[in-house]
Ligand binder design. Structure first.
Ligand code: DGT
Ligand code: MG
Ligand code: MG
Ligand code: MG
Ligand code: MG
Length: 268
């Protein structure tokens, strides 16, 4: 087929193939969610509806796209890790990133009403995306540890901050002043001695964020069969189905990785 004289413009497209053997991480982050949370009356510091909607949207990304072995989310962000051996979309970074971002954003809107039944969606949310490549299992684990440590630091701060404001009668400026220069142990102590809150008993979803993995569940159903030499009868059949599973556990230590040896592919 003859090419048009315009065909040459294709050559302006740049190659953004992700380096082979690397894990491809796509991290999304809600745009201006400070304001989005205010506008939609998110509870402080953690809104269960908002967290569940993030997890539902991320689940849709795992279900609809290929080759994502694990995802981790907290606050208004989610990281999706493509297998290092993935060849989906010829590993083109822009394709992977935009598919993740648009599947996530449309799911966030699509499922909004399931989680916020009394709160209308007032304006369209959006999520930025970036692609980062990690060449070794250690680097990937350190990346996920970094995000989970961030979750812990922010949540401990926010828990202490909002306890001071909501229960301690502080203004936000006073709460900020009280927490200035404190380390984790100080915040734990403050929560315990002033508000009788044992931080370790706070919901693990808040403290640890959410990890999504693929698991299998057995689904039972009944099926009618009719043997040639007998009467029709019902039998119970179980089918194993791949399903996204949700975890709020530590992913920094070795235990999680020992328990889930299939997530990582060996370093060469
Ligand atoms: P960005 O990402 O630069 O466009 O700006 P933001 O405002 O999204 O900032 P970011 O991503 O650093 O911080 C996340 C914001 O989302 C933070 O201001 C608090 C808000 N947020 C996330 N989850 C919750 C929640 O469960 N409850 C409330 N009240 N706010 C939340
Ligand atoms: Mg930000
Ligand atoms: Mg944000
Ligand atoms: Mg954020
Ligand atoms: Mg097309």
């Amino acid at each position: 087929m003859a090419k048009s004289k315009f065909e040459y413009v294709r050559n302006f497209e740049i190659d953004d193939t992700c380096l082979r053997n690397c894990y491809i991480v796509v991290r999304l982050d809600g745009r201006n969610f400070h304001k989005f949370a205010e506008d939609h009356n998110f509870l402080k510091p953690n809104d269960d509806r908002a967290l569940a909607l993030m997890v539902r949207s991320a689940t849709s990304v795992l279900e609809e796209l290929e080759d994502i072995n694990i995802a981790y989310g907290q606050s208004d962000e989610f990281s999706f890790i493509f297998k290092r051996s993935s060849t989906w979309f010829r590993r083109r970074a822009s394709k992977l990133m935009t598919h993740v971002a648009s599947q996530f954003s449309s799911s966030y809107v699509f499922y909004w009403g399931e989680f916020f039944s009394d709160q209308p969606l007032l304006h369209p949310p959006s999520f930025d995306g970036r692609v980062v490549l990690y060449p070794s299992n250690r680097n990937l684990r350190d990346y996920l540890s970094w995000r989970q440590a961030d979750c812990h630091i922010n949540n401990l701060y926010n828990t202490a901050f909002w306890a001071l404001v909501q229960r301690g009668g502080c203004t936000t400026a006073q709460a900020e002043e009280r927490l200035k220069g404190t380390v984790a142990a100080d915040k734990n102590e403050l929560l315990f001695s002033e508000f009788n809150i044992n931080y370790n008993n706070e919901p693990s979803a808040y403290r640890k964020g959410t990890t999504l993995l693929w698991g299998r569940t057995d689904e039972a159903s009944t099926k009618k069969i009719k043997p040639s030499n007998g009467d029709e009868r019902q039998v119970l059949v179980t089918r194993s189905r791949r399903q996204v599973t949700t975890h709020h556990c530590d992913i920094i230590g070795d235990q999680f990785w020992d328990e889930h040896p299939d997530i990582l592919e060996p370093d060469d």
